[in-house]
Design a protein. Structure first.
Length: 163
């Protein structure tokens, strides 16, 4: 089930970036060639870029692709303890930001966006949804850490073209 969700999120991220590039190229062409810019491309691009950032955060947690420094390799217990504390801090931060995003979205249903005239709650919902998904990814990482099935950051990309 997680792989299906990950593939859907990956497709949405690629589609979002494609839409941003296309819409902004069209906007520039219309502005400079026809002197008739559209009102909505910048706002749409901003909303999609926020979505890419937040859902990219989820994917990075799921792939354990966030930056980490391997400096306690000779002390596995200390390393596990620090990772557990780090995951707990991340989970608390995600819960706080997700809750704040939920409150923000709940209060913004009657506020339209400037150009697209969408309820601002729609782009604001990106925050609690992505934070909830990231919390699940962090919980999976914590489970792997506690039960010893965590992939080592150095071996996780072994054999792949990505460093």
């Amino acid at each position: 089930m997680f792989r299906t969700i990950d593939r859907v999120v990956d497709a949405a991220l690629v589609l979002s970036l494609t839409v941003i590039a296309t819409v902004l190229v069209v906007q520039v062409a219309l502005r400079y060639l026809l002197h008739a810019p559209l009102a909505w491309p910048e706002e749409l691009s901003q909303f999609l870029l926020v979505g890419i950032s937040f859902f990219g955060m989820y994917r990075a947690f799921g792939e354990q692709a966030h930056i980490r420094i391997q400096w306690l390799d000779k002390r596995p217990l200390a390393l596990r303890l620090l990772r557990a504390c780090g995951l707990l801090a991340v989970a608390m931060f995600l819960a706080y930001i997700g809750y704040g995003g939920f409150l923000l979205a709940a209060a913004a249903w009657n506020q339209p966006s400037t150009a697209l005239r969408l309820p601002m709650a729609i782009p604001y919902l990106i925050i609690p949804v992505s934070c909830a998904m990231s919390l699940v990814a962090v919980a999976v990482s914590a489970k792997q850490l506690l039960f010893g099935t965590e992939m080592d950051g150095r071996d996780q990309n072994a054999g792949s073209a990505n460093p």
